[in-house]
Design a protein around this ligand. Structure first.
Ligand SMILES: [Zn+2]
Length: 310
C-alpha cells in the first residue's frame, strides 16, 4: 500500500518558533489527527526533530543546486551528512543532479550514474540507500532503473516527473507504470513530489511503494484552505487581513467562505485566537498547511481502505 511522506522543512513549525509565537511548546506532530507513514526531510532544509519511531526519507536537496555545473555534494559528503543527521532506519537518497533544460545532460547523467554506484558503498549500514531514476525519454528511464537495480539498489525513486505536473497526468502515469513493470516486484518504488489525489489513486492501483509531496504547504502559502467533498478537492480562499505581513493597509478585509474546522491543527490554532482560514501571519499559514495535510491524510486513508476492500 502506497506510503505517504509529506515534505517538512526547517522553517515549517519548530519548537523555538512556537514558544516565541504562542508561548507554548507544541511539536508539529501534535497538529495532526493521524500521523503519516513518515516524513521527507532534506539536508538542505534539515530539521532534527522528526519522530524517532517513524522512518523518514532524506534527500540532498538537488533542487537547491540545480543551476550549478557540478553539485556541491558528492557520494562521500552525502554519506557523512546522512550519518550525522538521519534517524536510524531511514531511507537516504543518493546524490543526484537534475536533468533540466539548458544543462549538460550527458555530463549530469554520467555524474548521477557514478555517484549512485559509489553511494551504495558509502551509505552507512544503519540507513537504506535509494537511487534516483532520471531520464529524458521513457527508454532512458527504464535503462537507468535497470542500471540502479543491477548495481544493487533495492529502493529506487522516480525523479523529474513532478515538473511535468498535473497537466501531464497520463504521461506521468505511463512513465511510472512502465517502470514498475520493468523492475522486480520486490523493489521499493518511490515517486518524488507527486501526491495530489488523482495521482495517489493511480499510485495505489499501480502498486507504487511510497510518495512524497508538499502540496499541503504550497496551497497554504497560496492562501488555499483545502477540503475534500465526495473525493474531490475543494479549495477555499483564505480571508485577507489588512495591515498584516502579507496584506496591504488599503486592502478590504474579506471573510473566507471555508467552513469552520475541528481538526487538530485548526483547534490548536483557534485556542490561541488564530483562525487558519485567515491569511496574514506565519502561524495561520502553517496552521493551514497542517489543516490541509489532515484533510489529505483522511482522504487517502479512505482510498486505501476502498483499495483494500476490492
Ligand atoms: Zn482544520
Amino acid at each position: 500500500m502506497t506510503k505517504l511522506f509529506p515534505a517538512i522543512i526547517d522553517a515549517d513549525w519548530n519548537i523555538p518558533w512556537c514558544v516565541r509565537t504562542l508561548g507554548e511548546e507544541i511539536h508539529f506532530t501534535e497538529l495532526l489527527d493521524e500521523q503519516p507513514d513518515g516524513w521527507l526531510n532534506s539536508l538542505h532544509y534539515y530539521r532534527n526533530d522528526l519522530p524517532k519511531d517513524n522512518h523518514a526519507i532524506y534527500d540532498c536537496g538537488a533542487w537547491s543546486y540545480r543551476n550549478q555545473y557540478t553539485p556541491p555534494i558528492d557520494s562521500k559528503k552525502a554519506a557523512n551528512e546522512y550519518n550525522e543527521k538521519a534517524n536510524s532506519g531511514s531511507i537516504v537518497i543518493a546524490p543526484d543532479h537534475m536533468l533540466i533544460d539548458g544543462v549538460d545532460i550527458k555530463y549530469r547523467q554520467e555524474w548521477n550514474r557514478q555517484e549512485a554506484v559509489k553511494f551504495l558503498q558509502d551509505c552507512p549500514n544503519h540507513l537504506t540507500p535509494m537511487g534516483v531514476i532520471h531520464g529524458i525519454t521513457l527508454n532512458d528511464r527504464i535503462e537507468n532503473a535497470e542500471n540502479l537495480i543491477n548495481a544493487g539498489y533495492q529502493y529506487v525513486a522516480i525523479g523529474g516527473v513532478a515538473g511535468l505536473g498535473g497537466k501531464m497526468l497520463n504521461a506521468v502515469v505511463e512513465i511510472v507504470e512502465t517502470i514498475k513493470k520493468a523492475i522486480p516486484t520486490e523493489t521499493h518504488l518511490h515517486v518524488l513530489g507527486l501526491t495530489n489525489l488523482r495521482f495517489f489513486k493511480e499510485w495505489l492501483r499501480i502498486g507504487v511503494s511510497s510518495v512524497d509531496g508538499s502540496a499541503h504547504t504550497i496551497d497554504a502559502i497560496n492562501g488555499k484552505i483545502v477540503y475534500y467533498e465526495n473525493g474531490v478537492k475543494m479549495s477555499y480562499a483564505a480571508s485577507k487581513t489588512p495591515g498584516s505581513e502579507d496584506g496591504f493597509l488599503f486592502e478590504i478585509p474579506s471573510i473566507s467562505q471555508a467552513p469552520e474546522c475541528d481538526c487538530r491543527a485548526c483547534l490548536t490554532l483557534r485556542k490561541f485566537g488564530k483562525d487558519t482560514r485567515q491569511s496574514g501571519s506565519k502561524a495561520k499559514t502553517i496552521g493551514r498547511a497542517f489543516h490541509n495535510l489532515n484533510m489529505y491524510i483522511k482522504e487517502i486513508n479512505k482510498l486505501k481502505k476502498a483499495h483494500d476492500d476490492q
